[in-house]
Design a protein around this ligand. Structure first.
Ligand code: SF4
Ligand code: SF4
Length: 230
């Protein structure tokens, strides 16, 4: 389980500045369980965006947005609605947003921050990784996580040590920031690199009081203590 929380409304609306239309994508896996990206939240987001004057060209909720093959097969059926939109708002965790951004050549905005649960969790196998930093940066990096794609976890551009596209610390590994640059260039969004990202507040990795007050959180804690055969 990957725990996510929805970003503040003003932040989401800010991502859509200058755009008229958007396609909404939700996840019936962890995001549905987190109450951030299931059918109900996608319907709520659609109403709010329409009230804010945005055209929602279509919506889709997929079982696991972290599973690229599934994402590709489902989105093919929605391709006309996606083409009509300026971007996709992806309502799920950092892994899911990265998987969608890798699966389709379209600007993908993250609607959620992913929160750390302090350990491993079940998820679909894939190359995308999220450190659950609590303040998702995928809006500025073309849907590639700088904390996991860059060996040093740099958040404001590359270190300058890459050679032929490979990381200076690991020649077997692509330089994460070269991948980010190429993705942003493909999307015609190189201007995103002009934003300075302040040092991260890692305190945000922890679930907040509001999250820890939900019944979902209580169930998780109760479930964790229960054992079979006792
Ligand atoms: S920036 Fe990276 S680590 Fe942070 S929530 Fe997004 S995908 Fe996860
Ligand atoms: S070479 Fe690229 S991936 Fe490696 S540490 Fe530098 S910026 Fe990060």
């Amino acid at each position: 389980m990957i725990l996510s929380k929805q970003k503040p409304w003003e932040e989401i609306l800010g991502y859509l500045e200058g755009e008229n239309s958007v396609f909404l994508l939700g996840c019936n896996g962890c995001a549905q369980a987190s109450g951030t990206g299931g059918p109900e939240q996608v319907a709520d987001m659609k109403s709010k965006l329409e009230e804010a004057g945005k055209k929602v060209t279509g919506t889709c909720v997929i079982d696991f947005l972290c599973e690229k093959a599934l994402v590709k097969s489902k989105l093919r059926r929605k391709i006309e609605q996606i083409k009509e939109a300026d971007s996709i708002l992806v309502m799920t965790c950092g892994v899911g947003v990265q998987a969608v951004a890798a699966a389709i050549n379209k600007v993908c905005h993250p609607a959620c921050d992913t929160v750390n649960l302090g350990g491993s969790r079940g998820e679909w196998m894939g190359s995308e990784r999220c450190m659950e930093c609590g303040e998702c940066l995928l809006e500025y990096t073309g849907g590639i996580c700088p904390l996991t794609a860059c060996t040093k976890g740099l958040i404001n551009g590359q270190c300058g040590g890459a050679s032929h596209g490979k990381c200076e610390l690991n020649p077997e590994k692509d330089c994460g920031w070269e991948l980010i640059y190429k993705r942003l260039k493909d999307l015609n969004k190189l201007d995103k690199l002009k934003k300075f990202i302040p040092p991260k507040d890692y305190g945000k990795m922890e679930p907040d009081i509001e999250t820890m007050s939900t019944s979902r959180w209580a169930l998780e804690q109760t479930g964790a203590k229960e054992r079979v055969l006792e």
